[in-house]
Design a binder for this molecule. Structure first.
Ligand SMILES: Cc1ncc(COP(=O)(O)O)c(C=O)c1O
Length: 373
């Protein structure tokens, strides 16, 4: 089978025409400065890959490589650091005791490790609940941050529910990267934290002569918080073009694709996937309005497509874990499978288009890739 021969079993969802004109308010401007002042901060690389541009029949393809972000192998520390900072600042402003607080969260791996790292650096405690299917080495990496780890015999949505219960004690705070009615402020701060990634891309593309920004961004999606940040960034810019935004999920956890298809947020039953960070059954409630109005297309891919995309990226010198490589797998499924000409036209892509793939984790974040190959 050729590298790009596999096509999605479910066809990509495409937004009605005109969705790209939807506008929203921007993220706060002080997030970037906060991250820039953190020890060990530097922008992650944006690497141009001409062979992928040729394969995808577009002008230029850049890969945002989040395999080393603030010392961790995924982008998640951007959201966790800003949200923990805002949480602790808010507690101090409300006159709470400065003594240690327990930061509680559920995780598919990366977010929990980032929360645990922040807790350790700031002299706080962390309690991380991990659902079934997270690789033992990812669980060990969370424990190595001196977090209390509780393994849950159920899927991610169940771990989130139990984390919310575990945080309902004095001196504990739930720092969850997904929202539901009544729990929105902290997930909102996490989304704000991700804005730094998009700000870096703008600067890096401008330095490469692409001042207008990309024509398409491909985003790996779990609950949709990262996608919410990307929509917010590109649908609030005063200048520059409005790129097409593509969400990519595992076939076994395509809650955003399903929600977009039926027109309202729905939960799906999740199964096993190597794309552990994307193994979520319910879209974040605060992300949904942004996803519904701001995304242009959504697609679901099988694990094999993600593994092939990771191998292709590795051959081009970019280290991607299964979730990170999903960005390429989804774009391949959208642009190069059978009957995808309509998608290409709907997304407004041609041989001059500039594409950005968000490779959100390195292989160290999610060792499934190394176990399987
Ligand atoms: C590596 C990686 N990529 C993408 C995502 C998706 O982010 P979200 O759940 O905000 O959609 C996650 C979430 O954990 C992740 O760990």
């Amino acid at each position: 089978m050729s590298e790009n021969a596999s096509s999605p079993r479910t066809p990509p969802w495409c937004a009605p025409p005109g969705s790209r004109t939807w506008r929203c308010a921007p993220a706060p401007s002080d997030v970037r400065g906060f991250h820039a002042a953190l020890p060990g901060y530097s922008p992650t690389s944006l690497t141009e890959t001409p062979p992928l541009a040729e394969e995808l029949r577009v002008g230029r393809v850049f890969v945002k490589d989040e395999s080393c972000r603030l010392g961790l192998p995924a982008f998640k520390a951007l959201g966790a650091s800003w949200a923990v900072h805002r949480t602790l600042a808010e507690r101090a402003a409300n006159g709470r005791q400065p003594g240690p607080v327990t930061l509680v969260t559920a995780t598919d791996g990366n977010h929990g490790r980032a929360v645990a790292r922040m807790a350790r650096l700031l002299g706080q405690r962390a309690h991380v609940l991990v659902p079934q299917g997270v690789h033992p080495r990812a669980v060990a990496a969370i424990a190595a941050e001196r977090a209390k780890v509780t393994e849950v015999a159920g899927p991610y949505d169940e771990a989130v529910r139990l984390a919310s219960e575990a945080a309902a004690v004095p001196d504990a705070v739930l720092v969850q990267d997904t929202a539901w009615p009544g729990y929105e402020q902290i997930p909102g701060w996490i989304v704000e934290g991700y804005s730094t990634l998009c700000a870096e891309i703008d600067e890096q593309l401008a330095a490469q002569g692409v001042a207008e920004g990309p024509d398409l961004v491909s985003i790996p999606v779990g609950v949709g918080s990262l996608a919410q940040a990307v929509v917010t960034h590109y649908r609030s810019r005063p200048t520059g073009r409005a790129p097409a935004l593509l969400s990519v999920e595992p076939e076994t956890a395509a809650c955003v694709l399903e929600s977009l298809t039926v027109g309202e947020p729905v939960s799906v039953t999740t199964g096993d996937t190597t794309m552990a960070g994307l193994n979520c059954g319910t879209p974040s409630s605060i992300a949904w309005p942004y996803l519904r109005r701001g995304l242009d297309a959504a697609v679901a891919v099988p694990d094999g497509d993600s593994a092939r995309a990771a191998a292709r990226l590795a051959a081009l010198g970019i280290s991607s874990g299964p979730c990170g490589a999903a960005a390429l797998a989804g774009l391949r499924a959208t642009l190069t499978g059978r009957g995808t000409d309509e998608c290409r036209t709907a997304l407004g892509l041609d041989a001059t288009s500039v594409v950005v793939l968000l490779s959100t984790e390195g292989p160290a974040a999610n060792p499934h890739a190394t176990a399987d190959h």
